[in-house]
Design a binder for this molecule. Structure first.
Ligand code: AMP
Length: 293
């Protein structure tokens, strides 16, 4: 029988810093490495998050998973209040994956001055795609990620490719602000039918869950058509997603991996197709890499 070591659950910044300091001293006393890895999450953990934690355990020594539903990245009409909160189940899952610490602060601990506190700006790309649909979302996301990086001071932080625009903006923030952290990106974890795992999938009823699959099927069709160029890839995705019931497309775009701006029709090389749609009443996003020869 595997003996699970429950992670230490901490809700204050001071306590986390002290515990991390001790953990590093203990590791040094044992002559071991003490590379700290941070996995930022909003909880309601699923197989996608667990894969991030597995990567963290593989690349580092002391794994900190933050579970914080960050009010700063939710708009006024969004699902902040109804976002699933399942801390006990999250801690149990993290015990199985070998996380050492769960940092689960209250909003007051992270933002004692509330909405008036300092924020980062995600710049122009932060206003596109998800940022156009959710104004201020990426400013809030970068602000909390920067705070978490400063609190934990990890050597490595792990993010999921599922949120491609988030990965782009976090990597750019790390470069722009000369932060001393390496970003690891984990491929999107999917359900058996291809649907990207998401905490919001639990809001899908059966017809919506079936319809939601069209996002992945459309992206896969685009990747297969990409040898004929960007317009062919876009047409292929639209043909699938446009025909799906219950799916209200928000955006479908092919972006350059280095600028995250839309590519021209005659673009050739690596690119990424991004899609967002409201399926039933749940907003979902997904993306796929395109190789345009
Ligand atoms: P969230 O809790 O939704 O803020 O996500 C926390 C982290 O998990 C982010 O880096 C996400 O990109 C990542 N993540 C969420 N879903 C998946 C998935 N299906 N596959 C890989 N990573 C994911």
């Amino acid at each position: 029988m595997t003996v699970l070591t429950k992670p230490e659950v901490i809700d204050t910044i001071d306590e986390l810093r002290n515990s991390l300091c001790l953990a590093k001293q203990n590791a040094a006393a044992r002559g071991g490495d003490a590379h700290v890895v941070l996995v930022p999450t909003m909880g309601a953990l699923h197989a996608g998050h667990r894969e991030l934690v597995r990567r963290a355990v593989a690349v580092g020594d002391i794994v900190v998973v933050s579970v914080f539903v960050n009010p700063l990245q939710f708009g006024v009409n969004e699902d902040l209040d109804t976002y699933p909160r399942t801390l006990d189940a999250d801690v149990a899952a993290l015990a199985e994956e070998g996380a050492a610490f769960v940092f689960a602060p209250h909003a007051q601990e992270m933002y004692p001055d509330g909405a008036s506190s300092t924020r980062l700006t995600a710049g122009a790309v932060g206003g596109l795609y998800e940022g156009a649909a959710r104004p201020g979302h990426f400013d809030g996301m970068l602000t909390v990620v920067a705070k978490l990086l400063n609190i934990v001071e990890p050597d490595i932080a792990v993010f999921g490719q599922k949120d491609a625009q988030q990965v782009f903006l976090v990597e750019r923030m790390v470069a722009d602000l000369n932060l001393r952290v390496r970003i690891e990106v984990v491929p999107t974890v999917r359900e058996d039918n291809g649907l990207a795992r998401s905490s919001r999938n639990r809001n899908l009823d059966e017809p919506a869950r079936t319809a939601a699959r069209s996002l992945f099927v459309g992206l896969t069709a685009a990747a297969a058509a990409a040898h004929s160029g960007v317009p062919a890839a876009i047409v292929a995705a639209h043909a699938v997603i446009g025909a799906a019931p219950l799916v209200k497309l928000d955006y479908l775009v092919v972006v350059h991996p280095h600028t995250f701006l839309p590519v021209d029709d005659d673009y050739r090389g690596q690119a990424r197709m991004l899609v967002a749609a409201v399926v039933g009443s749940t907003r979902l996003i997904d993306n796929i890499s395109l190789d345009i020869p």
